[in-house]
Design a protein. Structure first.
Length: 179
């Protein structure tokens, strides 16, 4: 497979440079995966815009990180597991809770409904098991939340696949393996 290097700011278009500047301002750096997505200013902007929009939706920051963890676990994305484990801990999860989420089971009924549906959607290519969908609705979520969950899954699939295709260096501490 052809090696894809992580581009520097000078190696991307002015549109991607603007996104790099925004990322550097917001989080202090441009993660390698985002930089690599920046080979296409349109892909990077679309990704960042969808992420920002969904951050205003019904799911809490912790719930969004849980979705990122379970989807990245299913897709075997070491990069996203590393980055989102750090973010999940910053949002209030313990290290053990991040591992439990990746296993698909937590002590929180509502969070279980979210991650189990996200896992079912991911594993079954959009065709969720009816019981996971029913549990999601029973936990108090509506059709709008379902569409937002699909959006969150899509964001993570995008980055999971981008990493799978590029295998760029992971610039976060590795996530612990689950047993």
């Amino acid at each position: 497979m052809k090696s894809i290097p992580v581009p520097t700011r000078d190696q991307v278009s002015p549109g991607s440079q603007a996104s790099f500047d925004l990322l550097k301002h917001r989080i202090g750096k441009v993660p390698n995966l985002y930089a690599t997505i920046g080979y296409s200013e349109h892909a990077l902007k679309a990704f960042l815009d969808l992420d920002e929009t969904l951050n205003k939706g019904v799911f809490t920051p912790k719930e969004r990180e849980a979705v990122s963890l379970i989807v990245s676990e299913i897709n075997g994305c070491a990069y996203c597991l590393a980055g989102h484990t750090i973010l999940a801990i910053k949002k209030g999860f313990t290290k053990q809770e991040t591992l439990d989420i990746r296993r698909g089971q937590t002590g929180d009924h509502k969070l279980n409904a979210i991650i189990q549906l996200a896992a079912s959607i991911s594993q079954n290519k959009g065709h969720a098991e009816e019981s996971t969908l029913d549990a999601f609705y029973t936990a108090g979520f509506d059709h709008g939340a379902l569409m937002e969950l699909v959006g969150l899954i899509s964001l993570r699939v995008f980055t999971n696949y981008a990493f799978a295709l590029t295998q760029i260096p992971i610039d976060f501490p590795a996530a612990d393996p689950i047993n």
